[in-house]
Design a protein around this ligand. Structure first.
Ligand code: SF4
Length: 351
């Protein structure tokens, strides 16, 4: 679609549809960059329905940049409790302080300045700059990559960075001359509700007449999304953490070892970094006190190098210790748990 008339018609169809059918979400009633930022960070790795409850409470308690910058860390973490990925909110508070010192408390207004804030990537920067400040910057994520690959019937592998860059240019072209906020949110909703990964609802699609994949009958074959399957070496610090004679294990909710239990491990380079990351995620201080050995485990397409340490959980500070008891197991309880083979090897290092 390089014809200007076509682009204008595409924009018009999308935005008219969005005005009628777009999701009514709390953060769509504001142009306050702070509120939009909070919603976008919460929406990373969290479902919309869950975010709605947290968003309202967070903004009621910390209504602006200054209040977040000055807030007690415990309060901030309490407001985030249950959303997980606590590094997100820690970075938000750091960014709020950055805005106070570098921008006098005014949220920066352009994509290039927003992206320099702690914890903000290309997607979030595009979303904030377009929705709050009307900058013509298209959002690129799984939804928009899928829509574009279908609209243009392109076979590019969307797992590759070069494809993302090329599609960013396409999005930035499509967004020219229209309402950037409406356009980006229209694309987000189109991807979430109509142009879904499986069984896209082409019959109700507002941009069907522009869709080359639909015309060719290839929409269900797209996008091409092939992850690199070559063996990758991953280096972890894996900790056997103990408290009151029990061991700290977590259940994997997704990924390679879904539903299996294992020790906590992070791709970090030092025990201190591990301790910091553990605190960010669980709100608990730990101390790694002894290095055991490196244990290697080979999967079909990756190799884990687990540098095993012994450690202890030092305290149980509020507010995030509620689930601690369910993470601690005696050795005999561990014998009954479904523990991944890789971490069964780690168990051999228990003294
Ligand atoms: S016509 Fe179908 S495949 Fe094409 S953009 Fe619309 S929903 Fe997606």
């Amino acid at each position: 679609m390089c014809n200007l008339m076509d682009i204008e018609k595409f924009q018009k169809n999308l935005i008219e549809w969005y005005k009628k059918e777009g999701r009514d979400l709390p953060w769509r009633h504001t142009r306050d960059p702070y509120a939009i930022w909070v919603s976008e960070i919460m929406l990373q790795q969290t479902q919309v329905d869950t975010v709605k409850k947290y968003y309202t409470r967070f903004l009621r308690t910390l209504p602006d940049i200054a209040s977040l910058a000055e807030a007690d860390e415990d309060l901030v973490f309490k407001l985030w409790e249950g959303l997980g990925y606590y590094r997100r909110v820690r970075h938000m508070q750091e960014a709020a302080r950055q805005i106070m010192t570098e921008y006098g408390g005014h949220f920066p207004e352009t994509y290039d300045t927003i992206i320099r804030l702690k914890g903000i990537g290309a997607y979030t920067s595009s979303a904030i700059s377009s929705i709050a400040f009307g900058q013509e910057k298209g959002v690129i994520d799984g939804n928009t990559l899928r829509i574009l690959s279908r609209i243009y019937d392109r076979q590019d592998n969307i797992a590759l960075e070069k494809t993302k860059k090329a599609y960013q240019l396409l999005m930035d072209e499509l967004i020219q001359g229209t309402d950037p906020s409406m356009f980006n949110q229209g694309m987000m909703d189109l991807g979430a509700g109509i142009c879904t990964p499986r069984h896209p609802d082409c019959e109700h699609c507002p941009v069907r007449s522009f869709c080359k994949a639909h015309a060719a009958g290839t929409e269900c074959l797209l996008p091409v999304n092939i992850k690199n399957t070559s063996k990758t070496d991953l280096y972890y610090i894996t900790a056997i953490l103990k408290k009151d004679g029990k061991y700290f294990l977590i259940k994997n909710n997704d990924g390679l070892l879904e539903n299996l239990y294992g020790f906590v491990q992070y791709e970090v380079e030092s025990p201190v970094s591990f301790e910091e990351m553990f605190y960010e995620n669980y709100g608990l201080s730990v101390r790694l006190y002894e290095y055991c050995k490196e244990i290697k485990h080979v999967f079909s397409h990756r190799i884990w190098h687990m540098n095993v340490y012994l450690g202890e959980i030092m305290d149980t500070p509020e507010p995030m210790n509620e689930s601690l008891s369910v993470c601690l197991y005696t050795e005999s309880e561990m014998a009954e748990l479904p523990i991944s083979t890789a971490h069964r090897k780690v168990c051999t290092q228990i003294p």
